[in-house]
Structures are given as structure tokens and as C-alpha cells.
Write a protein that binds this ligand. Structure first.
Ligand code: ARG
Length: 568
């Protein structure tokens, strides 16, 4: 791909006799295409060159020569606006898409670097709720995008399969297991049991003590406690697998909290030796008050470990096993303090600086239905299965109205329903709360997954209508110089850059936004230009652009974890 930004940068750098690295970061994309393709704010150089921005602009322009890549340079205010050669751009973009097909936009920038993406991480014996769904699709999309850019990516599902809550489950099981079947809706049974025991714990401190004791027994390998725990775990995994399979999501490792049960002693030892560990009323803690982060509990007074200790053991293990460059935790913002504490304490583990710096909590906002917050304890969660079921039914209804004879109807409905849900979960910036509203998520004309799928299907159907796919050799790039075509071309050109920005910011919503913009630009192009045309040359050019858009929409959606229907 021709790197026009760099070419512009080089021109400025050579003329101003300054290093390229200094220049390139200042180059901007003007807010609208009439103002050129790239803009350079000359006031950035006012200090070094000791001249007014206006003067710098006119002197630079004077000295710079136009060539086959840069067609025109304008001065607006203190800005230099660059107009690149659109025919060259068009040719370059379409040839690259033709050559690379579904790999267009990929590169090897991440080669040699290891990234752990930890995502999903539901708690066993509890329903998979819509918060975990958001987490899962955000994590999976990051996983895909990092891979596409050449990183060595390890996807970890850090299952919540340990902790006092399992002491509670065991207590509930001990008391009432004969009242539940644990067959058709096993997780619901677990959940009912859990709510029941929780209520009992609230009433009776002794029951809570018994639960704590049970967890200690799990840690010590008590056969009964372990048996119950294993049963709950395999029941849960079976349920989670159904959801992962539906979404097409895989993990490289399912090492959850329990995996670290025999790896925590070492953490305590290291912390002890480092001098960070303090005794406090029989418990072992790291005091982080001076950092404003309170106290991080490492071992409770009854000698059992904590959630934080397991995360520290995981960091130690992962740094040794993977020697990672980044370890990204896609976890709800409710755990902000937890991760701040854990990352702070991790400094005492003696792991490489590189790994320490690579730890990052990608804190995502809550998911709400208009009915409000959800809590596992109160039993007001929205289960993902229910959400899927409703989505299928709603899409089915829409399809029955719009296109009742759709081929492979069930398959296509599934793709659309899941597309709507996945897109809705990714399209909001990670930190923001996300409200799930059916009418918004399923609007075929809104900023939704189904809208992108619909535009994709249109690129396909226009090629089908023509009955052939033109060869790139037959495309006259001069015929794609109108405003609408050029808008599409420039968005296509930015695909790789967009992906690079996403890994820099760990923000997949940027790709969601990109795909909406590409869809809207194609829709404008389609409305303004007759694609099936008497003039074969015009038709070839427009068909080819349609094909290119289809390829990029599909790649982009697949990276988000959305499958494309063939028809809608
Ligand atoms: N299981 C936890 C939950 O559902 C999330 C785990 C997050 N990951 C971690 N390394 N602590 O809330």
C-alpha cells in the first residue's frame, strides 16, 4: 500500500529540514474532503523555526515540488493542505484488495510480540449473564484483531471457579441437593440454591462460618467438598460451551482461579521476602494506603487465600509461561480497585519490567436493559440464553415480513440475530455503560449489525444481478473519481490504519464505527450511481468497487465476531 501520509511527511521534513518522526505525528486528516486529504498545522513548527505559521506555510509551499503522488497543496490559515493523486489512490486500494482478498488490512506489525487477552471469565454455577456476554464479545474481537496484525495472541478464560462462594454452594448442596434435579436447567438449580444459602447466611452468622470452612476444605482437598465442586464445574462448562459455540468463540486456555490453588504459596513467600507483606489481626496484607489504594488482602485470618492472591499467582505464572508483552484484562469497571491493587502488588513479584508494564485492565461499563441493574444474588439477572431466544424470535418475525422465502432461513436468521447482539455490545466505547434496547439493536436502517449485513448483502446482490465479476484489468480507475466513489475509496484505504489504532487504544468500538461509515458511504454511492449501466466500462468499475466493499465489510465484521448472511 502506498503510505500517502508518510509521503506527505517526508516532503515536509525534507523541505523544513527536520526529522520525519517529528513531523509525522502532527499530520492531521481534515474534517472534510474538500479541504484535502492531509493537513499540516504549521504553528507546530513556529517555535523551532521562529517564524509565524503563515510564513512557514508559504515558504514550505514555495519550496515543495508536486509529483505524481501529490497533486495540489493549499494554504488555509496556518495549515498546509495536501491533495493526493486520487487515481493513484483508487488504483492502489483496489489492487491491494484484489491481491489480498480477506487478508486485506492485515500486517505483521505485531510479529514477535505476545499478547494475552483474558476475557469472558464467568463464575461457574451461576448463569452467564449479559455482562459476561459484553465482556466475551469485546475480548474475542480484540483477540481477532491482534491476531490479524501478526501478534502471538493467547486467549484465556479465567473461570471463576474458586472462593468462598463455592463454600456456600457446597453448604447449600449439603442441605438441599435432594430437592433439585440438576438436569434440564442445572444452572438455574445451582442459582436457586445459591440465593437460598445466601439468604440464610444473612440471617445466621454460623451458616456463613460453615461456608467459609467449606471453602477451606476445598482448598485442603476434602473429598466430599471437591466432588461437589467438580460436579458444579462440569455442569457449568457444558452450559457455557453452548454459548461459546453459538458465538464461534474459542479460548487457548481455560485456566481459571482454581488452577492457581497450588501456586499461591509461592506468591505469599515472595511477598514475605520482599518485605511488602504485613500481619494484621491474623491476616496477611499489603498496605497500599500511601498510594490511595487501601489494603490488599493476601491471606485471610483463617489462612484461606483471596481473589487477589489468585490473580497475583496468575500474573507470576503467565509471565513465566508466556513472557507476555501485554496482558489485557477485559473485566467490568466494578473491579477497578481490585486491578489497581493487584497491579501495584505485582511489582513485588520480581517479574520482568516488560510484563509489569504490559498489565492493563480494560474496564468495561455495565450492561443494562431498560429495567435496570442486575445482581446474581438478588436473582434479577438477564440470562444470555433468554436474550438469544428473544433475538431469534424477533428477527424471525422481521424476516417473515420482509423476505419469507429466504433460502437457509434459519441459518440466516441466526447470523442476523447474533450480529445484532454482538454489534450492539461492541459499538459503545468500552468504558461506557451500554443499554440494550431491542428496537435500536435490530433496526435494519440504524447503526446496527443488521444494517452492515444488509449493505454487505447488497454488494453481493448487485454482482449477482450483473452475472459476472469484472477483472481488475478491465477497471478504468478514472471512472471512480466522483465524490461518492472517492469517499468509499478513502474509507477502504484507512482500514489497516483503523485496525492499528484499535490495538493502540484497545478499543474495538472503533471498528464498529468504521464499518458503519463504510456502509453508509457505500449506500450513498449506490444511491447516486447506477451500477448496472449501459456503459460496460462504467458498470465494471462500479461493480468492482462493490466487490471491494463487500470484502472489507466481511473481514471487518468477522473480526468483530459477526458472520455475514448470503441473503436477507
Ligand atoms: N469471574 C469474575 C466475575 O465474573 C471475573 C474474573 C476477572 N478476571 C480476573 N483475572 N480477575 O466477576
Amino acid at each position: 500500500m502506498i503510505n500517502f501520509k508518510e509521503i506527505v511527511g517526508q516532503k515536509i521534513a525534507e523541505t523544513a529540514e527536520l526529522p520525519l518522526e517529528e513531523i509525522i505525528n502532527y499530520i492531521e486528516i481534515p474534517p472534510n474532503a474538500d479541504m484535502g486529504d492531509y493537513a499540516f498545522p504549521c504553528f507546530k513548527l513556529a517555535k523551532v523555526l521562529r517564524k509565524a505559521p503563515q510564513i512557514i506555510a508559504s515558504e514550505l509551499k514555495e519550496k515543495m515540488e508536486l509529483d505524481d503522488k501529490i497533486e495540489k497543496i493549499d494554504i488555509v490559515g496556518g495549515y498546509l493542505n495536501f491533495y493526493i493523486n486520487k487515481k493513484l489512490l483508487t488504483k492502489n486500494v483496489l489492487e491491494e484488495i484484489e491481491k489480498n482478498n480477506e487478508m486485506y488490512g492485515s500486517n505483521n506489525s505485531g510479529s514477535g510480540k505476545k499478547v494475552i487477552v483474558e476475557y469472558s471469565s464467568p463464575n461457574i454455577a451461576k448463569p452467564f449473564h449479559i455482562g459476561h456476554l459484553r465482556n466475551t464479545v469485546i475480548g474475542a474481537s480484540l483477540y481477532n484483531i491482534y491476531k490479524f496484525l501478526g501478534y502471538n495472541v493467547i486467549g484465556i478464560n479465567h473461570l471463576g471457579d474458586y472462593g468462598t462462594q463455592f463454600g456456600k454452594m457446597v453448604e447449600g448442596y449439603k442441605r438441599w441437593s435432594n430437592e433439585y434435579s440438576f438436569t434440564t436447567d442445572a444452572i438455574q438449580d445451582c442459582m436457586d440454591m445459591y440465593i437460598r444459602i445466601n439468604n440464610l447466611c444473612k440471617e445466621d452468622e454460623k451458616v456463613l462460618d460453615a461456608c467459609r470452612e467449606n471453602f477451606k476444605k476445598i482448598e485442603d482437598g476434602d473429598p466430599y467438598c471437591l466432588e461437589v465442586w467438580n460436579k458444579l464445574k462440569s455442569l457449568s462448562l457444558k452450559e457455557f460451551e453452548k454459548i461459546y459455540n453459538l458465538l464461534g468463540i474459542k479460548f487457548d486456555s481455560l485456566n481459571g482461579e482454581a488452577f492457581y490453588s497450588d501456586k499461591m504459596d509461592e506468591v505469599v513467600e515472595i511477598l514475605e521476602k520482599s518485605g511488602a507483606l504485613q500481619n494484621s489481626q491474623g491476616a496477611k496484607i499489603v498496605n497500599l494506603e500511601d498510594k490511595g489504594l487501601g489494603i490488599c488482602m493476601i491471606k485471610k485470618s483463617n489462612d484461606s487465600t483471596t481473589y487477589a492472591t489468585r490473580d497475583l499467582a496468575a500474573i507470576l505464572y503467565r509471565s513465566r509461561t508466556y513472557d507476555f508483552d501485554k496482558c489485557l484484562y477485559v473485566v467490568a469497571s466494578e473491579q477497578n480497585l481490585h486491578f489497581k491493587q493487584v497491579f501495584e502488588v505485582a511489582r513485588f513479584l520480581g517479574i520482568p519490567e516488560k510484563c509489569l508494564n504490559g498489565l492493563e485492565h480494560l474496564s468495561y461499563g455495565m450492561v443494562r436493559l431498560s429495567t435496570g441493574k442486575m445482581s446474581t444474588r438478588e436473582g434479577t439477572v438477564i440470562k444470555v440464553e433468554e436474550l438469544f431466544k428473544e433475538a431469534f424470535e424477533r428477527v424471525q418475525k422481521i424476516i417473515e415480513e420482509k423476505n419469507a422465502n429466504l433460502e437457509n432461513k434459519d441459518e440466516e436468521i441466526k447470523k442476523i440475530a447474533l450480529g445484532a447482539i454482538v454489534f450492539n455490545n461492541i459499538s459503545t466505547a468500552i468504558v461506557k455503560d451500554q443499554v440494550f434496547d431491542w428496537n435500536i439493536a435490530l433496526n435494519f436502517n440504524g447503526e446496527t449489525g443488521p444494517y452492515i449485513q444488509y449493505i454487505y448483502v447488497r454488494t453481493k446482490s448487485v454482482l449477482e444481478k450483473a452475472g459476472y465479476i469484472p477483472n481488475i484489468e478491465d477497471v478504468n480507475f478514472d471512472l471512480l473519481q466522483d465524490k461518492e466513489s472517492q469517499k468509499v475509496i478513502s474509507i477502504l484505504y484507512n482500514f489497516e490504519d483503523t485496525l492499528m489504532t484499535i490495538v493502540e487504544k484497545n478499543e474495538p468500538s472503533i471498528l464498529a464505527r468504521y464499518l458503519i461509515e463504510l456502509s453508509q458511504a457505500y449506500s450513498n454511492f449506490y444511491n447516486e450511481n447506477k451500477i448496472i449501466d449501459k456503459n460496460k466500462e462504467i458498470q465494471d468499475a462500479r461493480l468492482f468497487l462493490s466487490k471491494a466493499v463487500g470484502i472489507v465489510l466481511k473481514t471487518g465484521c468477522n473480526l468483530l465476531g459477526i458472520q455475514m448472511p448470503n441473503k436477507m
